[in-house]
Ligand binder design. Sequence first.
Ligand code: AMP
Length: 227
Amino acid sequence: MANSKYDMRIVFLGPPGAGKGTQAEVVCKHFTLEHISSGDLLRSVVKSNSPMSEKIREFMDKGLLVPDEIVVEIVAQEIKKDRKGFVLDGFPRNLTQAEFLDNSLSPLNICLDRILNFVTSPQKIIERLSGRRICPKCQAIYHIKNMPPSREGICDKCAGPLLQRNDDKEKTIRERLKVYSQLSEPLIEYYREKEILCDVDGDLDVDALFEIIKRLLENPAISDYSD
Ligand code: AMP
């Protein structure tokens, strides 16, 4: 496996629908990093019909956080495999998970290099999430207006049928946003104090935001995207 030239450990923070998943794909491809998405990991456990599946599905479908003891176990397994650096997308989502992350990285002698905080408006989030469609087979992400597939309802990459996630329905989106502001927003201060957090504009389109993120990651001395 190719080593990443940059060997970075990055966390993407931000509300659901801020564009973290899409940006993580692009960033990981460019810098050869592992994309660790706690949401994708949990969705694959749900799909596996294991004894845990039903329990996890109940929380996810309601837009609630899956209990920490389940999530940290699943994410820890991925972090331990760390060979070429990673982008953590959707984890940590509360202070307990952030402390767990610090405690799992220090015995491996690694630390987080950057936390990118995706800042976006609630209208943009509703618009993005309610129009999002995903391919359950290959995890590709589309948007009915901004990034439509070439054939309606069909994945360009694997020809699988596209679906709307249960938790992308408007009522659940609102619940997810409430959970985000109560539990995840305190993480912004937590990481700002460690001086590794940098805000990025999640309202920008994918290419424009990637250019900014690329510059930030290639230049550790830059602490603000307007620098
Ligand atoms: P996401 O794909 O990141 O939007 O996550 C979808 C759902 O998975 C969330 O609404 C939660 O129910 C669950 N989830 C993902 N990551 C976490 C996490 N770090 N802690 C708890 N629940 C999570």
